[in-house]
Design a protein around this ligand. Structure first.
Ligand code: MEV
Length: 434
């Protein structure tokens, strides 16, 4: 057990770890230093984001051009380590550019939070009391809500929920919020903590109750935001689906729809299907400095909203039309948080034309839909491995330290062949042995 680790300087922390875990291996120290000394300005910013920061951890930032969204031409920034995700986005973007592009619609932007508490007293009196103090609860937050109101946000509604069927004496104050262009986590949590303080003060000063009646458990926003939701869709004539990999457009449309139906019925497929969607969603969420854990948690719980985990995308064939869409709750922001602090987040937002939170919700949903389209298109035509093989080979060649000449020979050799680490290794050995 090491006490006071967080009080050590960065240098001392690195030395302690290198000494203790890496048996003083100087390379382990150099590696950390290489990534923080070469970018000390960014390191200073990162030091303030999180505790015990030792170095910078880099991920690839790529872009996918040619996204036509509601008639606007966009290049989307994507931060992702997985090969083929950006390539898939580019392919989908181009495919749909020629077929009218993506259309989007915001369904709502409301977020929620709850004060969870136990009340051991008369239920009816509690509800009467709540109705009386509701305005006071809102007024008590005025110092927190003043700025948000100027930006068009604030507390939308408050209600007391009886949860005693779930847990004895359990109630909630459920609050709905609008948070304008910010994700609003700090704003919502501050309001909720103020509600719980005011609730406690008011209840304790009411002669009908005594202080033993109330026990506040916690006050916290919910990352489940089904009322902060966007729809993104594409549509075209079935005949127009023809492409170099799609020779029979009706068969393609039918197989595509079946693939989506399978992801609605079968959880083993649904999880992979939605994971592919999140490849596109998370890459943009990360590039724009948003909380991908919140977006992930919300998306997956929404996928289970009917009591069964299902596809987040939908496909429809009617008459001669193919329609395909995603319905996704996403809580993100384009101001506050990392948006102004992280230079590349700032860059990514500028690349997108400094979008509002609503605009960014649309872009993220489109990125998820595009990714899912590319995945299903590959799966039901050429198979997924064809697209993956090029990157897979490149990663193996990097790992094996192949030079440019060896690379050219091996890329040629593996064209249309299944790549495996052992096969690449053997082939490289053969080349090296002449
Ligand atoms: C890989 O990261 C994602 C896919 O498996 C998604 C899917 O199968 O739909 C290709």
């Amino acid at each position: 057990m090491k006490n006071g680790f967080s009080k050590l300087t960065k240098e001392e922390k690195i030395n302690w770890l290198v000494d203790k875990v890496f048996l003083n291996n100087i390379e382990a120290k150099k590696l950390l230093e290489q990534y923080h000394l070469s970018n000390s300005d960014l390191q200073k910013i990162h030091d303030d984001f999180s505790e015990n920061t030792l170095s910078n951890f880099l991920l690839p930032l790529g872009v996918a051009p040619n996204f036509l969204i509601d008639g606007k031409d966009l290049t989307i920034p994507m931060v992702v380590e997985e090969s083929s995700v950006v390539a898939a986005a580019c392919n989908s973007a181009k495919f749909w550019y020629k077929r009218g592009g993506f259309k989007t619609k915001i369904i709502g932007t409301e977020k929620t939070g709850q004060v969870h508490f136990l009340f051991d007293g008369n239920k009816k009196e509690l509800f009467n009391f709540f109705a009386k103090i509701k305005t006071k609860l809102i007024i008590s937050c005025e110092h927190i809500t003043a700025n948000m109101k100027k930006r068009g946000g604030g507390i939308v509604s408050l209600e007391l929920l009886d949860k005693t069927m779930d847990i004895e004496n359990y109630y909630q104050i459920n609050a709905d919020f609008e948070t304008a262009d910010s994700m609003g986590a700090n704003f919502i949590n501050s309001c909720l903590e103020q509600f719980s303080k005011t609730l406690e003060i008011e209840l304790n000063s009411d002669p009908r109750f005594n202080h033993n009646n109330l026990e506040i458990i916690m006050s916290i926003l919910s990352n489940y935001t089904p009322d902060c939701k966007v729809i993104a869709e594409v549509e075209c004539k079935i005949d127009d689906l023809i492409d170099k990999d799609i020779t029979d457009s009706s068969l393609f449309a039918k197989k595509f729809k079946t693939a989506v139906e399978i992801a609605k019925k079968d959880v083993t497929r649904a999880v992979t299907h939605n994971k592919g969607i999140m490849n596109g969603v998370d890459s943009v969420v990360i590039a724009t400095g948003n909380d991908f854990r919140a977006v992930e948690a919300c998306a997956h719980s929404y996928a289970s909203k009917d009591g069964k985990y299902k596809s987040l995308t939908h496909a429809e064939i009617s008459k001669n039309k193919f329609k395909y869409w995603i319905e996704l709750p996403i809580s993100i922001g384009t101001v506050g948080g990392l948006t102004n602090l992280h230079p590349l987040v700032n860059w990514s937002l500028k690349l997108l034309g400094s979008p509002s939170a609503k605009d960014l919700m649309k872009i993220i949903a489109v990125s998820g839909l595009a990714q899912n389209f590319a995945a299903i298109k590959s799966l039901i035509t050429t198979g997924i491995q064809k697209g993956h093989m090029k990157m897979h080979l490149s990663n193996i060649l990097n790992l094996l330290g192949a030079d440019d000449n060896e690379r050219i020979q091996l890329v040629k050799f593996f064209d249309n062949k299944v790549v495996s680490h052992s096969l690449v290794k053997n082939k490289l050995k053969e080349i090296r042995n002449g």
